[in-house]
Design a protein around this ligand. Sequence first.
Ligand SMILES: [Zn+2]
Length: 57
Amino acid sequence: MTCESCGGEEATLTEVQRMYVTPAAWDTEESVKPAQGTEQWCEPCMLHYPHQVVEHS
Ligand SMILES: [Zn+2]
């Protein structure tokens, strides 16, 4: 399977929702916006980029 973030071939991928983080500046507060839709990510990408794991119930 191919990770949709780094394009690497990984045996195990996790469905996540990418989060876009805008750091706080002198005139704005930090903002965190979820991306549209979900992606399949490998473990290194989950360590390096902000995201939320999609829970299937
Ligand atoms: Zn990856």
